[in-house]
Ligand binder design. Structure first.
Ligand SMILES: Nc1ncnc2c1ncn2[C@@H]1O[C@H](COP(=O)(O)OP(=O)(O)O)[C@@H](O)[C@H]1O
Ligand SMILES: [Mg+2]
Length: 266
């Protein structure tokens, strides 16, 4: 099955889209493994109705120090001994990931890469390395889907995080920057070898705005797979830090999932 990332500018709706896709796909019977790969924003577990995040995958790979060593080993092609079993492995299936790294509700499962928690703790390179290693080594079974809520911006493309992905979805809100970044992401994703790249128009207030945004994206060669209108239910639940519930947006995401399936995404 497929590894899908949700990428884009900060605040455009990556976590919201990731959560709604997680709900809809798991309700359809897929086993969905959602990975929180944003080292800054803490809220994804709440949107998905969990009380807390699981233990970070950073620890699975031996902790920040060991992962930093791995980055040095890889760049220098050094043969120094790896301490972490998981760094030594060529591949794994999700059933092998220990339970403490996953919180789950039936077939909706959440993992997290890790968060920056203290000042001066250094750059986020080890976090990027963890998600890169995880996606690289992971072998998916029939019926399993991975959704990665990516950190904002495009730095992850530069680090090669995306090379094991099959699909990139880009939420685009009606702003010049968001549309411009969508074009850049679309190019970088193709350079990373990903063929299936689509924008999702988000927070759309009117037909006129939808048409303008669509036209701009079309001109820059970005394909659009669906639209989510501006939905006051989302603002309310977001402010309260509550799980996303039935809403017009969720119904629209059901339509987006249908289009993705038609395009052979799962
Ligand atoms: N379609 C929408 N209608 C209304 N509010 C939305 C919509 N999509 C996202 N939002 C709101 O926008 C804010 C940013 O969304 P979020 O998913 O956290 O973005 P990101 O993960 O890209 O930073 C949140 O308050 C969210 O509730
Ligand atoms: Mg987010």
């Amino acid at each position: 099955m497929r590894k899908i990332s949700i990428s884009g500018k900060g605040g455009t709706g990556k976590s919201t889209l990731t959560s709604l896709l997680s709900y809809v796909l798991s309700e359809k019977g897929y086993t969905v493994f959602t990975i929180d790969s944003d080292e800054s924003n803490p809220g994804l577990y709440r949107m998905l109705g969990f009380n807390q995040s699981p233990k970070p995958l950073m620890d699975l790979f031996g902790g920040e120090k060991e992962v930093s060593e791995e980055i040095k080993r890889r760049s220098a092609n050094a043969k120094t001994e790896r301490k972490s079993e998981w760094l030594k492995r060529d591949n794994f299936i999700l059933e092998e990931v220990p339970g403490e790294y996953i919180v789950e509700n039936d077939n909706l499962k959440l993992m997290t890469v890790g968060k920056i928690t203290t000042a001066f703790e250094g750059c986020s390179c080890p976090m990027a390395e963890v998600i890169k290693l995880f996606l690289e080594k992971l072998i998916l079974k029939e019926n399993e889907i991975v959704l990665v809520d990516m950190e904002a911006g495009v730095e992850h493309f530069g680090r090669g995080v995306d090379k094991s992905l099959d699909v990139v979805l880009i939420p685009v809100e009606p702003s010049f920057e968001s549309a411009a970044l969508a074009m850049k992401i679309s190019i970088l994703a193709r350079q990373s070898g990903i063929r299936d790249v689509w924008a999702v128009l988000n927070k759309i207030p009117s037909q006129a705005v939808k048409e303008k945004l669509q036209e701009r994206l079309n001109k820059t060669g970005v394909k659009v797979i669906g639209t989510i209108h501006n939905d006051p239910v989302l603002s309310e639940t977001s402010l309260e830090g509550k799980p996303l519930r039935e809403s017009q947006a969720k119904e629209e995401v059901r339509g987006i999932v249908a289009s993705l399936l038609q395009n052979g995404v799962a």
